[in-house]
Design a protein around this ligand. Structure first.
Ligand code: GTP
Ligand code: MG
Length: 193
């Protein structure tokens, strides 16, 4: 994909009204610190346009990045971050739910899972919830550079089985460090436009 122009167009907090966009949206979900904002930067060809942090809980709003005036990448807050208050967690959960349930322009949901670890109970819930809402989640197995090349297939299988993925479900190993996997993700996005 050729990135000509990126613009953080809308930032939604828990009480914000979600935008009624007219361009296709591609959303990125996953637990805190899994690499959603880093992936979005890679997909925008930008180093740090989306804020990232080694501390979980960085993205606390739903951020809509307008790409080329043609589509949106939607950066969602992460779930499963232990250190925030239960009420706040519930509000974020509701906000993510509200977005996934109501967006008219949502074309594809990417669910990010750290390739090193077995999916958590929250990951499974999110996976099932995405399907319940009528989407076929595309799984991105993140931080690919952190495991040995010889271990990749084993870990992909672990993620696939851990989520109980459908046979034809897509899983793409990705590294924000090496950008491995980026072209496959761009192809999926462009192919669905
Ligand atoms: P929240 O906004 O808190 O939900 O997190 P996030 O999912 O947006 O994660 P973010 O992109 O901020 O990345 C979290 C940390 O993981 C940062 O320190 C990143 O540099 C690091 N990271 C993300 N992707 C990769 C990757 O592919 N490889 C390596 N080695 N580190 C990564
Ligand atoms: Mg983030």
């Amino acid at each position: 994909m050729i990135i000509r122009d990126v613009n953080l167009e809308t930032v939604c907090g828990v009480t914000s009204k979600l935008p009624e966009n007219t361009l296709p949206e591609f959303a990125f979900a996953g637990k805190s610190n899994v690499g959603k904002s880093s992936l979005i930067n890679a997909l925008m060809n930008r180093k740090a346009y989306a804020r990232t942090s080694s501390q979980p809980g960085k993205t606390q709003t739903i951020n809509f990045y307008n790409i080329n005036g043609a589509l949106y990448y939607v950066d969602l807050p992460g779930y499963g971050y232990a250190k925030i208050a239960v009420e706040v967690k519930e509000k974020w959960g509701k906000m993510i739910e509200r977005y996934l349930r109501n967006s008219q322009m949502l074309k594809m949901v990417f669910l990010l899972i750290d390739i090193r670890h077995e999916p958590s109970a929250n990951d499974k819930l999110m996976y099932e919830w995405i399907i319940f809402n009528g989407y076929h989640p595309v799984i991105i197995a993140t931080k690919l550079d952190k495991i040995n090349r010889s271990q990749v297939q084993k870990h992909v299988k672990m993620v696939r089985e851990g989520l109980g993925m459908e046979k034809d479900g897509i899983i793409i190993p990705f590294s924000a460090e090496t950008k491995q996997g980026r072209d496959d993700i761009w192809d999926l996005i462009e192919g669905s436009l």
